[in-house]
Design a protein around this ligand. Structure first.
Ligand code: ADP
Ligand code: MG
Ligand code: MG
Length: 949
């Protein structure tokens, strides 16, 4: 006979934590907690299979369910010594929904089920506390009416019908709060609730506890298909077939007097990761009172002081849970007259910062292995160790001054402080005035891009982690708090309001200037008002929005690595970073290099752990000092001799730059790319600049504008650029190669090892590469003769044109290495320009036309397929071919993983993404351990055979 009901209680449980599919997340963990000896009120779980049956068989139940449920109720009765429906000694239960993962939209929990006009009397006799009993009764009628009998407000603007009755009662009695109502008042309320249910819905509140129970169970299964749950499932890709479980559990009461209470807690701090118990509780309260916000809960530290015995019980549970689950847990508990009961536990949600700290510290505590820790930390979370942070003291001072306005979603990590503006245009203008700007919108759209770009941080009142604001902010690397519903933003009136308690001014007199009281009929409501230009601060790592300015500073990790302030080297944060990176480096097989063009960038890259340069854009050196004049002279020259003369002026600059880079990199490989962008990018723009240039070159401004017209292109991205420049003007490549080789031999003379790799961009046909490689090789020989010194070097090419990937075998006969230029390869594969994609890409992403922005994460099916062809065909003819990637994808975790699976030698990315790439590479190595190549496998078997002999 199939078993549909799993009991737990008295130290025994039919299920366990691994059965989330069958018992739901909440149920599975209730069973598990019972197993490991934690105090869980007895109960049972009706499996998700019943939900499936219910929807498959026209809302009916399996015939076996009735008897199984009855015997499960009996078990609770035996364990508690109480009886369901008994007037003398009534057993009360809660009915709780529970899908595999917690799911908003599902039915709310019903507490105190089993109360009716008769059992109420029995309970009063038992407890001698009529107020408690009637309070429980009216709560039950209210919850039951609401979730089972459909007593919902008629529209969103309508007030809750039960609340109206309570308000009327309080008015009649002349009292302000619920706690001032007497037992009799509460008894009357229960009656009035029942009448209201009948007159509004035509249904009677059921007196029979068994009918109550079946009503509640059906309501849970019914809520699996309600609109909110359907929408949530669709957005999160949860299949309908999963179904929900139902948990029925003996009630324990946190509202039984001053030694009772209820609370929620995390076994460690979910914001900072600190190994300290963290939570909130309320004495003499039930169920959701803690999160409902009607009374202000107390921090755990208050319990440690006021109720050390209770606190000790919780600390014991905390330890057991962490030892058992080996993770930070989120718990719900109730204390009934001094005794602790556990009502829920699950793996706790946490900030990236906390994730890192918890994982590393759990390795130190021997709870998990370094590999576990690496797999638990999303590489992007490392950003939270690198982005600017608030000065900790200033931030906690701000919060204790009552300046925490609201908390939204932590959509873009980092700290930002500035003046708030409510339209993109205003933000942009303020930015051009030199202000630091925060953009506040209800939600953002593509028209807001300019303002978002001008802002230090963005806050929205609507939208989730994948809203336009959140997506674009992360892409731009901006601080972002999304979906902060407490902010009432009026973009037209350029103002925002946040509702605060009436007594705010008494507690925080210095906020007086910000407070505004509005009469709304009889009620008065108090707000904090923030006008355009007022200061606010955003913590994008925690989602906090703070009134006023809070100083920001570089993170501890940056202070050590980049600013070399040694005081931070002993900070816990830096130590955690160091350990984690050590584990990552000893795990990964993929190399990590940096895209850096200048010596100080190279220094940063090494500080972040770069093992070489994957891309040095030599033209970036053209802009420094007055060398741009020589560059412009070269571009404007109309003869080869003229160009050579100008190039001769550039040579010493380039040589010096390269020499300095070789010194910094000290033997690490350096990929130097020859000139790539179209020439017009280097020419002056304003009339004044043109006139100045004309004067210094001794030619007429007209000559310059004529030459500029010559160079103008319809589509420069696909125009006269890359190796095409070096082919038509080989003297440019010659000069760059000379600079590299002269610098290399100079460095070698100083005793520095050098390892240059010269890379030809935008190759589409092998002949392009052949011709440019010849130029480079000839120059190597020339310089070797001149200096009497040979330097080792490689020549290779970027793969950034589909044709290059498709003819990789031919190209690999000439190239010693390939580096995938995935920015251009994505542009040319998709036939779209990245700089123009901002116009429609956010729309594409919001509407799921593309799953991800292909400029962020490698498009494996298209661009990735070309890469795979190039890798296989390239290595096919040239097994020693060195393979890397130098597009910005090299620092994006899913792309790094893809590069690992392709068998590339290294990834290269901007210096600040290097730690992310290192961690991503380690995770890829753990997820995809290197397959033994046929050769090593053959060797291994030979060895084994030899041993056997
Ligand atoms: P949610 O999934 O919304 O957290 P729960 O089923 O966890 O809903 O119920 C919410 C709260 O109701 C619990 O945290 C607990 O405080 C209270 N509760 C649920 N069942 C019981 C019970 N048997 N005894 C006492 N309180 C309960
Ligand atoms: Mg809960
Ligand atoms: Mg390119």
């Amino acid at each position: 006979m199939p078993n549909y009901v799993y009991s737990f209680g008295g130290g025994k449980a039919a299920g366990n934590a691994s059965q989330k599919n069958l018992l739901g997340g909440k149920g599975a963990n209730l069973h598990e907690m019972t197993h490991i000896g934690l105090p869980v009120p007895p109960g049972f779980t009706i499996t998700t299979e019943v939900c499936t049956y219910y929807y498959g068989k026209k809302h009916t139940y399996p015939p076996e369910l009735m008897s199984q449920l009855k015997s499960a109720v009996k078990k609770i009765e035996n364990l508690t010594g109480m009886k369901f429906g008994s007037a003398q000694n009534p057993l009360l239960v809660s009915v709780r929904s529970g899908a595999r993962s917690s799911m908003p939209g599902m039915m709310d929990t019903i507490l105190n089920l089993g109360l009716n006009d008769a059992t109420v009397e029995g309970l009063i006799e038992q407890t001698g506390n009529p107020r408690f009993v009637y309070d429980s009764y009216r709560r039950f009628v209210q919850m039951y009416g609401d979730v089972v009998l459909g007593m919902k407000p008629e529209s969103k603007d309508d007030s809750d019908p039960f609340e109206e009755i309570i308000i009327a009662k309080k008015k009649l009695r002349g009292v302000e709060t619920d706690t001032e109502l007497t037992a009799d008042d509460l008894r009357e309320l229960a009656g009035e609730f029942k009448d209201a249910i009948h007159s509004r819905t035509g249904k009677h509140f059921p007196q029979d506890p068994e009918a109550q129970l079946w009503g509640a169970i059906s309501a849970v299964f019914g809520s699996w298909m309600n609109d909110r749950a359907n929408v949530y499932r669709r957005l999160n890709g949860i299949p309908e077939s999963w179904g929900t479980a139902v948990n029925v559990q003996a009630m324990v009461f946190g509202n039984m007097g001053v030694d009772s209470g209820t609370g929620v807690a995390f076994t460690r701090n979910p914001a900072t990761g600190e190994n300290a118990f963290y939570g909130e509780y309320l004495m003499n309260a039930q169920g959701e009172d803690v999160v409902a916000g009607t009374r202000t809960p107390l921090p755990m530290s208050a319990m440690e002081k006021d109720n050390p015995k209770m606190y000790a019980q919780l600390m014991r549970v905390r330890k057991i849970l962490e030892r058992h689950y080996k993770d930070m847990m989120d718990i719900e508990f109730t204390i009934q007259q001094g005794t602790l009961y556990m009502l829920q536990c699950r793996i706790g949600k946490r900030t990236g910062f906390a994730a890192i700290r918890i994982a590393v510290e759990m390795v130190n505590e021997k709870l998990i292995t370094p590999a576990d820790a690496l797999m638990r930390i999303e590489p992007e979370q490392l950003n939270q160790l690198l982005r600017p942070i608030f000065n900790t003291e200033e931030k906690s001072a701000a919060i204790s001054e009552g300046r925490l306005l609201a908390t939204g979603l932590n959509a873009g990590p980092g700290a930002a402080s500035g003046r708030v503006y409510f339209t993109a245009e205003d933000a942009f203008l303020a930015h051009t005035r030199g202000e630091r700007v925060i953009l506040a919108r209800n939600e953002t759209s593509p028209e807001d891009i300019k303002g978002m770009d001008a802002a230090e941080g963005i806050v929205t009142s609507r939208g989730g982690m994948t809203s336009h604001a959140a997506l674009v902010a992360r892409q731009m690397g901006k601080v972002c708090v999304a979906g902060c519903e407490a902010l009432q933003i009026d973009n037209k009136k350029r103002v925002m309001h946040i509702a605060v308690p009436h007594d705010t001014e008494t507690h925080y007199p210095h906020l007086a200037a910000h407070l505004e009281t509005v009469s709304d009929g009889e009620a008065k409501r108090t707000f904090i008002r923030i006008n355009e230009g007022g200061f606010i601060s955003l913590d994008g790592s925690t989602g906090e929005v703070i009134l006023g300015e809070v100083q920001t500073q570089p993170s501890e990790v940056l202070r050590v690595l980049i600013y070399k302030t040694l005081d931070a080297a002993n900070s816990p944060v830096y130590k955690i970073y160091e350990r984690l990176m050590k584990w990552a480096d000893s795990t990964r097989t993929l190399g990590v290099r940096s895209n850096s063009d200048q010596p100080d960038q190279c220094r940063n890259a090494i500080a972040f752990g770069a093992e070489g340069i994957g891309l040095c854009r030599t033209e970036h050196m053209f802009f420094g000092g007055d060398r741009i004049d020589a560059v412009r002279e070269m571009i404007l020259a109309e003869t080869t001799e003229g160009r050579r003369a100008a190039l001769a002026k550039i040579l010493p600059y380039q040589r010096n730059d390269f020499l300095e880079i070789f010194r910094v990199m000290n033997g690490k490989p350096c990929t130097m790319r020859t000139l790539d962008p179209p020439l017009h990018e280097f020419l002056p723009h304003t009339e004044k600049e043109i006139n100045d240039l004309a004067k210094s070159l001794g030619i007429s401004p007209e000559t310059i504008t004529r030459r500029m017209d010559d160079l103008r292109e319809v589509n420069p991205m696909l125009g006269f650029r890359g190796c095409r420049l070096g082919l038509l003007y080989p003297e440019i490549t010659e000069m760059q190669a000379r600079a590299i080789f002269e610098a290399a031999s100079a460095a070698k003379k100083e005793g520095i090892r050098v390892n240059p790799e010269i890379m030809i961009p935008l190759v589409g046909h092998v002949n392009e590469l052949k011709s440019q490689t010849d130029v480079v090789r000839k120059m190597a020989e020339t310089v070797a003769k001149e200096t009497g010194m040979k330097v080792p070097y490689l020549t290779g090419t970027m793969i950034e044109i589909p044709r290059a990937a498709l003819t990789a075998d031919a190209i690999a006969n000439v190239a010693q290495f390939f580096s995938f230029g995935t920015n251009d390869l994505t542009q040319t594969t998709y036939g779209l320009s990245r700089d123009d994609s901002n116009k429609f890409m956010p729309f594409y992403l919001e509407h799921d036309i593309l799953p991800r922005d292909p400029f962020q994460a490698i498009d494996r099916d298209g661009v990735g397929r070309l890469m795979k062809i190039a890798v296989e065909d390239g290595r096919g003819v040239n097994p020693g071919l060195k393979l890397g990637i130098c597009g910005e994808h090299g620092g994006e975790p899913t792309s790094v993983e893809f590069c690992h699976t392709l068998g590339l030698n290294y990834v290269s990315c901007s210096p600040f993404r290097i730690p992310i790439a290192r961690l991503a590479a380690a995770r890829a190595a753990l997820a995809y351990p290197a397959k033994k190549s046929p050769r090593t496998r053959a060797a291994a078997t030979k060895k084994k055979k030899a041993v056997r002999k």
